[in-house]
Each structure stands twice: as C-alpha cells, then as structure tokens.
Design a protein. Structure first.
Length: 209
C-alpha cells in the first residue's frame, strides 16, 4: 500500500456505476485509493450491492427517515469514523451542509457542463433531456468542489462530448458517462498530488512536480 493512498468516502443514491469505475481502476492499479466507506441515501440500491461484492465498508443513511440536520450529522459521523481524506458524491441526490473540516475535501461529478443544466432537481436523464431540448451541440461533465448549494461549487475540470442529431437522452447519457469515467479519477489524482488550490470561484491546478 502506498504511503499516500487516499481514503475515499463515496456517497451515492443509485446504481453505483461511478463507484464501480473507481473500484475497477483501483483493481487495475490505476487509482491509488482505498474505498474507506460507501454511504447510500436509501436501501436496496445497486451501489450498496457493488460495495458489498467488493468487500468495501458500506452503510445506508435513509434520507426519508431523518430530518435535514440528523441526516447530515449521521453522514458525516460515518465519514469521520472511516477517516476519509476525500468525499466523492457519485450520483448523490441530496444537499449536504459541509462542515468546516471538510471544505475543499468534497467533490461532485455532474453530467453536464456547469453552470448550465445544474441545480435542484437536475440529475440523471432530466439533465440530458434538457440539453437536447435546448439544441446544444456539445455536452459533457463537470467535477467540482461542493459548497452549500446544488452544483455551484468551484469547478475542478470538465470534459466534453458531441451531441448527435438523433440522440435520445439515453444515448447522450452513455456518451457523457464515458467522459465521467475519465474526469472524476483525474480530479481525484490531482487532489492526491496536492495540485488543487481553491481561489475564490476558481480552482487553480498547480503544475506537476
């Protein structure tokens, strides 16, 4: 194990495709990170099954059973217990109140080019259908640090892909996800290398040593 291997907390609300990508990269020695805990916001989702199959610690904090404050507290209590270095929101559908100790240590992956097509309620196929409805010629994904609002934190990196004439939202989603599979691990590696500096609304990427 590398001395600087990251301990990741992965928060999800659905199938866990992004989690699986991280697990696959770790297995292939292309990501020097350990999944310290996987937290799901509801039971019975595929992401928990993937975590269990991989032998990764996992827990469910059911959003429907808890108020905002208790939900937030429980999520970060679990992350504290796991001693995570970085929190990754990977298909996580709930607003978190990030405690001061985790500011600059929570990343989200969004399936569009923010600041367009973000905000409350903009997730999954809703995002891709909105892109198609606006007649956009390109789409892509954004990795950003999380602040106290939906999809407004400082942008770390973005990747683009074309929108084709006859795309359905599912066609576009599949193409965007291929970019997500590259973008999120790249952002994690930059964090691991201490190359990300938040400067107001911008994230400046330091040159490699």
């Amino acid at each position: 194990m590398s001395a600087n291997r990251l301990r990741l907390a992965v928060c999800l609300s659905g199938s866990g495709r992004t989690l699986q990508n991280l697990l696959d990269l770790r297995q292939a020695n292309e990501l020097d990170a350990e999944i310290a805990i996987v937290i799901a916001s509801r039971s019975g989702v595929g992401g928990i099954e993937r975590a269990a199959k991989a032998g990764a610690p996992h827990a469910v904090v059911d959003r429907k059973m808890l108020g905002d404050a208790d939900f937030n507290r429980r999520v970060f209590d679990l992350i504290d217990e796991a001693q995570a270095d970085l929190i990754v929101l990977a298909g996580w559908l709930h607003l978190l109140n990030v405690p001061p100790r985790y500011v600059g240590r929570v990343m989200n992956i969004h399936p569009a080019l923010l600041p367009s097509f973000g905000g409350r309620g903009m997730w999954g196929d809703k995002v891709h259908q909105a892109v198609l409805d606006q007649g956009c010629k390109i789409s892509g994904c954004t990795v950003h640090f999380v602040d106290q609002n939906y999809d407004t934190g400082p942008i770390i990196l973005q990747r683009i892909c074309p929108v084709l004439e006859n795309d359905s939202c599912h066609d576009l989603a599949a193409r965007v996800f291929e970019e997500e599979k590259i973008a999120l691990p790249a952002a994690i590696r930059l964090f691991q290398q201490s190359r990300l500096k938040i400067d107001g609304r911008r994230v400046r990427v330091r040159a490699a040593p």
